[in-house]
Each structure stands twice: as structure tokens, then as C-alpha cells.
Ligand binder design. Structure first.
Ligand code: APR
Length: 237
């Protein structure tokens, strides 16, 4: 039995922009009003844990209110139609899952989970509310958001590289490809794997050999998916 073609999708904050979630590096992006060094590093946590928790509690509420958009839904529809779809996302939101995608690897963690500050294996879903100082894991240590901060290791990177190397088509959506090691994933795909990048800024950021699709995720992803569904394959004309 031959396996269906395998689409591996690598997403960044741009795929959730049309759901109302801010990207990071735009002039009005998240890091503009909340400097990385104040909210997203281990040093920030040591210096001002309350400030870090406030930032993620605020973001978590925004994410809970947001809804998957046409791009998240198109990827889920492709999977439901029998294609093999694996998503590697840098996003900490759950919009891929809420759209119906079943194979989502969160390279930078998940905002809807808390984890122990002493034992990273102790993770807890945050069904409602946020994390407060004094909220502790089963071993009695303070909880923190289950996200990867700048300066921390990316535990799922190897798994992501393995997936990238198995792609029949590698689709990049809505990322400026500036954060390592995530941005280096493209170098793990096979030389003959077809690859496209959907982003309104695609012409500026697309590496050589990759098809630049210069449009928003909400337009570009459903257009590609419809083409694949019509053809029954991941080949682009
Ligand atoms: N559709 C698709 N792409 C979009 C859209 C849209 N509607 N709107 C904006 N974009 C693109 C921008 O053109 C830009 O290339 O999304 C990209 C966002 O880039 P960044 O703000 O750098 O965000 P991202 O690449 O996701 O950042 C990676 O950096 O700060 C860390 O951990 C954080 O996971 C994040 C990582």
C-alpha cells in the first residue's frame, strides 16, 4: 500500500494574524510594546515573574477569544480529505487544533498549558483562567507558561527536523524566518522536495529555490489547498 503524499507545513504568527492575533516584528507588533527582555527570557522571569505572568495571562485571554481563520481551516480540510498533513508551528496558540488539524508540533510551546519550573515533564492544561504567583505543580514548585523563551533550548527541534526531512511538499506560512533554530528547518528538507512560502512579504524573505506566494495566509493557503484537492496530489503546475 502506498502512503498518501505528505505535506509538512511550517507556520508562524502570520497565519494567525487574520484571527486577530498580533505578529511579533511588525511596527505595531507584540515585541514593540512588550520588549522581549522584559517578558520572554529566563532573566525576565527571575527579575519580575509577576510581569511575565501578566503578559502571558493577557495573551492567553486574547487567544481564547480568537477563532481559526480560512488558512487554519483549509489545512484541516486537506487532512480530512485523506492527505497526510503535519504541522510544525512556532505559534503558542491552539488555532490549528481548533480548526481540526490532528498532527501539530508546537516548537515554541503552548500558552494553554502550564508547567513546573523545576520539572518540565510536569505539565497541566489551562482550561480557564491564568497562572498566578503561588500556583504550584504536584511537587510544590511555582508554575510557569509552557512556552520556550529566548535563550532556552527548543526540545522538539529534532522531531521537527525529522518531519521536515519526510516532506513531499514543504509549505511555509506567515513567518519572517528570523528566529533560530526554527528558521533553519528549511535546510532539513530533501533537495528535491517542493517548497512554497505564503506571506505578504514573501518576495523579501523567500530563500532561493522556494516558490514565493506573495499574499496573506487567508487567501494563499486555501488557494493552494483547493488546487491540491482538485488534483488529488501535492504537485503544483
Ligand atoms: N498572512 C500571512 N503572513 C502574514 C500576515 C498574513 N495575514 N500578516 C503578517 N504576516 C507575516 C509577516 O509578513 C511576517 O513575515 O507574518 C510574519 C510574522 O513575522 P514575525 O513577526 O517575525 O513572527 P514569527 O516569524 O512568527 O516569529 C517567530 O519569534 O518572537 C518569536 O517565539 C516568537 O514564535 C515566534 C518567533
Amino acid at each position: 500500500m502506498t502512503l498518501p503524499p505528505h505535506l509538512v507545513v511550517f507556520t508562524g504568527s502570520g497565519i494567525s494574524a487574520e484571527s486577530g492575533i498580533k505578529t511579533f516584528r511588525a511596527s505595531d507588533g507584540l515585541w514593540e510594546n512588550h520588549p522581549v527582555e522584559d517578558v520572554a527570557t529566563p532573566e525576565a522571569w527571575r527579575r519580575n515573574p509577576q510581569g511575565v505572568l501578566d503578559f502571558y495571562n493577557m495573551r492567553r485571554e486574547q487567544i481564547r477569544k480568537a477563532k481559526p481563520n480560512a488558512a487554519h481551516k483549509a489545512l484541516a480540510a486537506l487532512e480530512q480529505d485523506g492527505f497526510r498533513v503535519s504541522i510544525i508551528t512556532q505559534n503558542i496558540d491552539d488555532l490549528h487544533e481548533r480548526a481540526g488539524s490532528r498532527h501539530v508540533l508546537h516548537l515554541h510551546g503552548e500558552i494553554l498549558k502550564a508547567r513546573s519550573t523545576v520539572d518540565a515533564r510536569l505539565r497541566y492544561p489551562l482550561v480557564k483562567g491564568g497562572i498566578e504567583l503561588g500556583d504550584v505543580c504536584d511537587k510544590g514548585s511555582q508554575l510557569r507558561p509552557d512556552v520556550v523563551w529566548f535563550g532556552e533550548a527548543v526540545p522538539l527541534f529534532e522531531e521537527a527536523c525529522e518531519l521536515a526531512s519526510q516532506a513531499d511538499f514543504f509549505l511555509v506560512v506567515g513567518t519572517s524566518l528570523t528566529v533560530m533554530p526554527a528558521a533553519s528547518l528549511l535546510s532539513y528538507i530533501e533537495l528535491d522536495t517542493h517548497c512554497a512560502l505564503v506571506d505578504p512579504d514573501a518576495d523579501a524573505i523567500t530563500p532561493p529555490g522556494v516558490l514565493a506566494v506573495n499574499t496573506t495566509a487567508g487567501e494563499g493557503v486555501p488557494a493552494l489547498v483547493n488546487q491540491w484537492l482538485k488534483q488529488g496530489s501535492l504537485i503544483l503546475p
